[in-house]
Design a protein. Structure first.
Ligand code: CDP
Ligand code: MG
Length: 159
């Protein structure tokens, strides 16, 4: 099943100049970038994107984190793109994320040790969790005209 998913390189990933490395990881898998941009979120947008978390105790720290600097958002397309990207993203808490995953390879922050949870867990990227979430998130982040359907020359080999 070919589907699309949303990845956001969070402010910590941009600040640490990991945009190229993270994007390359997804391209190396064979996923296709069909939309990409840098934006600086405001608090209203954060509440829309993280609607499922707004009432949770950690939300205020998450909002402070996600609006702290620009982020790079991309829509990736490929076979089972949602699960594939989540697998490569790794566990929410980088300390627990497996080596080989993006969070496991580029971060080790743990909220259990983050000054009594006064900051959100810094885990480099966001990735949609389910196909339904991906559809909702993509339409929130990208108007249709910013998404592109095209064929790549290697498609017969990677799909
Ligand atoms: O990003 P992921 O889907 O793995 O985790 P989530 O449970 O959907 O949480 C969204 C984001 O909130 C995480 O990626 C963390 O940045 C942050 N978070 C946190 O700071 N403290 C928690 N206890 C849980 C999540
Ligand atoms: Mg999530």
């Amino acid at each position: 099943m070919i589907e699309r998913t949303l990845v956001v390189i969070k402010p910590d990933g941009v600040q640490r100049k990991l945009v190229g490395k993270i994007t390359a990881r997804f391209e190396d898998i064979g996923l296709k970038i069909v939309g990409m941009k840098m934006i600086w979120l405001d608090r209203d947008f954060s509440k829309k994107h993280y609607a499922a978390h707004v009432k949770k105790p950690f939300y205020k720290y998450l909002e402070d984190f996600i609006v702290a600097g620009p982020v790079v958002a991309m829509v990736l397309e490929g076979v089972h793109a949602v699960d594939t990207v989540r697998k490569h993203t790794g566990a929410t808490e980088p300390f627990a994320a497996a080596p080989g995953t993006i969070r496991g390879d580029y971060a080790h922050h743990s909220y259990k040790h983050s000054d009594k949870k006064k900051i959100a867990v810094k885990n480099i990227i966001h990735a949609s969790e389910t196909s339904a979430d991906a559809k909702k998130e993509i339409s929130l982040w990208f108007p249709e005209k910013e998404l592109h359907s095209y064929k790549t020359t290697d498609e017969n080999h990677v799909f």
